[in-house]
Design a protein around this ligand. Structure first.
Ligand code: COA
Length: 550
């Protein structure tokens, strides 16, 4: 890890860059916010604790009785430093599939293994035999995408029955189907991104291609099996009677077929072999950035709890948040007097230089132009960008259209889409409408996207959606010469508001992998820094912005 700590280094002198905070921790408003955020964070931690248990007690007991290690423990054994790891999609599958797919039944963690930044992808065999539900596949593919974009070595800890046959239409034939895993593996291997596998349990049918397509593969005695068709299928198809080990065990694959390269006695032996393989990669990470020593923020990050309002509609100064995320609370603000509903500026986060683009109100033409200009600066200097999203959308109305807000917004969307420096997005409040696009929402491929437990994400706010739809309905009634009863109208609106409330929850989003995780504001600095450090493995391509419509 690069970081060197210089804690409590607050000898600020006459430093103009330090953000001046105006919050009053004694105010009732602050205390209400603090209490409510504390509740949200404790709920988040509780949910994560439950999810981290994995499958049912019975299936975990059976797993362990077979001499196998649970997926999170396997990962912990591999990591050089488990305190500096970044889990992806921890809440995937939340409230989906009758809550039977904790973490999408696959655990994906980024961390160093024998010094190499890696993406570890571990099946959870305690959940329906580790078989792939649509969410499992989506998470596996997202992890591969992260690995590809950030040049992370891939380590597969395979223990899976392959396709969940009851879910086959959701995982098989489409472009983003199971086959895409092997496509991505082949393409990553072709550009030198290592693909390493340990077969720690079942590895059936299409799944057999994971170890078979890997650069190097380990298989465990007795528990590990690799075959295109298991004994039941072989019997049904050809009449041949065989057993799992004879058909595709460690002895067969390391002595006869050559599908696997290393024979391991048990899980820990296999994981240690992986560590040795990783030592032989001859990789040296090079930093193209001017890194500094990390310095704590001048203001306590815990105060973020008291700053975030209980209602998204309430305005607050986003610089109060920035002051609690960046080193020494220093922000070198760019165009501070222009387009003030967006804050742009340079800072360091745990010693890493970043450009910040943060909402401080609705987006206008000026704020869009300012952000576009700032993104060009970051691109030219090779500085990663952190987007802090709390956005209701773009300003609407005749005079704004007349001034061409659509083309100014488009310039920002163009810059966000084509900039080649690493982009990271953190949703710290609302993420609505075209504001989500302009502020580097999921569709704009930020390297990582995280949210806070108070966030909301939807095409527009529930109340506005209810008003839009009820006004459409009202017009239909009018055309028929009928009157819509007030009570019915209210019920209609309530239904829509409830729907948007439920669907706008960060858990709804995280369950479907619209983000990479929900973070406690207190852990955010470190997690963003980990994302940034991992992004520095990949070389920047020479990019070009599209046409900025003037
Ligand atoms: N599709 C759907 N469900 C599956 C499944 C599959 N491919 N494989 C296993 N399951 C389910 C089982 O029905 C069982 O469900 P339950 O808990 O509701 O009863 C659960 O997963 C655990 O299976 P079980 O066989 O009891 O666990 P195990 O640890 O002893 O064995 C496997 C796990 C994966 C090795 C074994 O179930 C198996 O060989 N499955 C078939 C794999 C296969 O042929 N896949 C085809 C891929 S194209």
């Amino acid at each position: 890890m690069y970081w060197r700590w210089r804690s409590n280094c607050f000898n600020i002198g006459n430093n103009q860059l330090i953000i001046k905070s105006n919050i009053n921790p004694k105010s009732l408003n602050y205390q209400n916010n603090f209490d409510r955020m504390s509740e949200l964070v404790s709920d988040l931690k509780k949910k994560k604790r439950i999810i981290n248990i994995g499958g049912s007690l019975e299936s975990r007991k059976r797993h362990i009785s077979r001499g196998k290690v649970l997926p999170r423990e396997r990962i912990a054994h591999l990591l050089d430093d488990k305190d500096n790891a970044l889990e992806i999609g921890e809440l995937a599958g939340y409230d989906l599939n009758n809550n039977e797919t904790p973490s999408g039944s696959i655990v994906c963690v980024i961390g160093k293994v024998s010094g190499r930044d890696s993406m570890i992808i571990a099946n959870d065999a305690t959940v329906k035999g580790g078989t792939y539900f649509p969410i499992t596949l989506k998470k596996h593919l997202r992890s591969l995408e992260i690995a590809k974009e950030n040049n992370l070595a891939c380590i597969n800890l395979v223990d899976s029955g392959g396709a969940n046959l009851r879910e086959q239409t959701g995982i098989f034939a489409d472009k983003e189907g199971f086959g895409r895993i092997f496509f991505e593996m082949a393409n990553m291997s072709s550009v030198g991104i290592p693909q390493i596998s340990a077969v720690l349990g079942s590895c059936t049918a299409g799944g057999a291609y994971i170890p078979a397509m890997s650069d190097e593969t380990v298989i465990v005695k007795k528990n590990g099996t690799i075959f295109l068709g298991g004994p039941h299928l072989v019997k049904a198809a050809t009449g041949e009677i065989t057993n799992e080990q004879d058909l595709g065990g460690a002895e067969l694959h390391t002595k006869l077929s050559g599908v696997a390269d290393y024979f391991a006695n048990d899980d820990y032996d296999a994981l240690n072999i992986i560590k040795s393989i990783m030592k032989n990669l001859n990789y040296k990470k090079k930093y193209d950035l001017n890194l500094k020593d990390a310095v704590d923020p001048k203001y306590d990050p815990h105060e973020i709890y008291g700053i975030l309002p209980t209602e998204l509609k309430e305005q607050y100064d986003v610089k109060e948040i920035i002051a609690r995320l960046v080193d020494n609370s220093e922000l070198d603000e760019f165009k501070s007097n222009y387009g003030t509903t967006l804050v742009t500026g340079f800072a360091y986060l745990m010693g890493i230089p970043i450009g910040i683009v943060a909402n401080n109100g609705i987006l206008f033409s000026e704020s869009s132009l300012k952000a576009t200009h700032f993104i060009q600066l970051c691109e030219q200097r090779g500085i990663p960008i952190l987007f802090l999203q709390n956005i209701a959308g773009f300003m609407i109305g005749r005079s704004y259209e007349e001034k061409g807000i659509a083309k100014d917004g488009a310039k920002l969307v163009n810059a966000v889409s084509t900039v080649t420096v690493p982009k990271l997005t953190l949703i710290i409040g609302g993420s609505f409408g075209a504001g989500n696009y302009a502020m580097c929402g999921r569709a704009y491929s930020p390297r990582f996207l995280f949210s806070w437990p108070n966030s909301k994400i939807s095409v527009m706010g529930g109340e506005i959606a209810a008003n839009v739809l009820s006004s459409v309905k009202e017009a239909q009634y009018e055309k028929l010469g009928k009157k819509w009863k007030a009570e019915k109208r209210l019920n209609f609106q309530k239904e829509i508001i409830d729907q948007f409330d439920y669907e706008g929850s960060p858990y709804y989003a995280s369950a479907r992998l619209w983000d990479d995780g929900i973070l406690d504001p207190l852990e955010t600095r470190k997690k963003i820094a980990l994302g940034l450090l991992n992004s520095l493995n990949s070389k920047r391509k020479n990019g070009k912005f599209g046409i900025f419509r003037m």
